[in-house]
Design a protein around this ligand. Sequence first.
Ligand code: AMP
Ligand code: MG
Length: 626
Amino acid sequence: MNTASISGLVLAGGRGTRMGNVDKGLQPFGGTTMVAHVLDRLRPQVASVAINANQNLEAYGAFGVPVWPDDTPGFAGPLAGLEAGLRRCATPYLLTAPCDSPFLPSDLAARLLQGLEDAGADLALAVTEENGQRQPHPVFCIIKSSKVDVLSAYLAAGGRRMDGWYPQIKVTEVLFEDAAAFRNINTRDELQSLDPAGSPVSAPRLADVASCLSAYDPDALPVRDAQRIIRDFVSPLRATEQVALRAALGRVLAADITSPIDVPAHDNSAMDGYALRGTDLSPDAEMRLRVIDTVYAGRTSGAVPGPGECVRIMTGGVMPAGCDSVVPQEFVTESGGVMVMAPGTIRAGDNRRLAGEDLKAGSAALRKGKVIRPADLGLLASLGVAEVPVRRRLRVAFFSTGDELRSIGQPLDEGCVYDSNRYTIYGMLTRLGCDIIDMGVVRDDPQALEDALVDACENADAIITSGGVSVGAADYTKQIMAKLGDVTFWKIGMRPGRPLAFGRIASKGHSAFLFGLPGNPVAVMVSFYFFAREALLRMMGAEAPLPLLKARSAAPIRKKPGRTEYQRGVLSRGADGQPEVKITGSQGSGILRSMSEANCMVVLQDEQGSVQAGEMVDVLMFEGLI
Ligand code: AMP
Ligand code: MG
């Protein structure tokens, strides 16, 4: 999609009467404000973003975007905001969204623009279906900026209704599946009681899950037991949505896709050459075949070659009736309309693609639960599939805990460190395809922690915290987590990253799975990769176990049996061309540099002892091909 052609406008020009006369967009939400969420959602979809507001202009300006008040006076409603935006819009299209819609779809711009273009319309607005009722969302719309004069005339004549000027332009509707994404928050009560997490299917109790293990000791839990409890405890979200093919990249397929057609639809040529009848081939004599027609890619030929005849054919050309073989043009000569071929050049059936050889009509093309990759997009396109059912994105809230943490931009007081975990966690969650709610740094203070956890739990499907789960004097995290739900605290037989809190917390009827990761920067990443990752994928409806490989260790590695060790490594080709892994420098659990230098983790299993040089070890690559 061409984001460069669209400007984004957040509509925040209302009085906020129902919020108790406070500015809606500036209401605290998910650790920041509602408008910050909307801006975060819009930014990747458009060339630039601005806010329409009529009060607190400075506060809105602090988000670093232009703030435009209405030109039409007297809080004239969202249409006046739209007018203000259109007048200043420097691109052919303007996309609007209200400031109280923190979950707006990440493909809002792409789908509205597509709908507008398909219908040749001036304005495309979002609609959803709730209980069989079509629900228009006129404030989520894309509009041609050239229509500003029509709108101004309508406003000048006293018109105020959002749809009042539709008769004067061409309007189309675009259906979005996930109605919850358009949820707006009008009152303080709604803000409190909002259910952005949807409803994860009810989970069992942790104690019941743990009791399935033959021996369970939370203070000495093997990695694989912890992984198993987590796997059994979390459950997939049910909500799905239908998205345009391109928007399905990286999403989890929500239903099996069966092929509606044979791919390819006809027998066709795999080469540029000559299509002939296999029965004409002679094992020992030179063949001379008369060329009676030419078939180009995607074309058919009415010609039916008889004995001694052939058809010139291009790659992708439909095989003429009676032909089953193609001889590539580079192996033959043609002159005077006759193709000459030496004996034994091809066998019958060579260089012909059979109808349905890629996929047969009615067969399963893709299975649900698959994370859609570029090849899958291509496969779906080859079937003519325009929209794909995918699971709703998982919403994950995360924050760091610790009085010693400073955020980027703050002075680094003595004894303090910059909060790096929030950035690694941001990166890992984003790569997993989650919708993220960054809640910042939370102090080591019981009330602040409780507030943050409650807030997170009311707004997200899962929560990830870092720090505070070990035994430090100021580590209140554990007691607050325990107070809020079914949470267990483990000491896991692993290095780095021994402490881990895991469970589910609830507030006001909303619940969220919780991962309390340790604070040390490497321990955070290791715990995320080996515990949180698979659980989050499972919640997303995807099954994606860690792809462990084997590689030869270039050097000895010291290791005690009885715990799993994760060492940062660099995998490369050894002198003999075989994969070989070397441990990167210092393996201290706070040393992020060696994590950054590594391209893989070496996983030394629980029961394993020291490794000799040349011995094979398990390795997990950080990057895939794409
Ligand atoms: P904790 O688990 O809270 O005891 O933290 C363990 C260590 O990790 C301490 O040295 C913390 O300063 C450090 N740490 C905790 N959280 C972060 C963070 N978000 N960024 C960088 N270091 C952190
Ligand atoms: Mg701490």
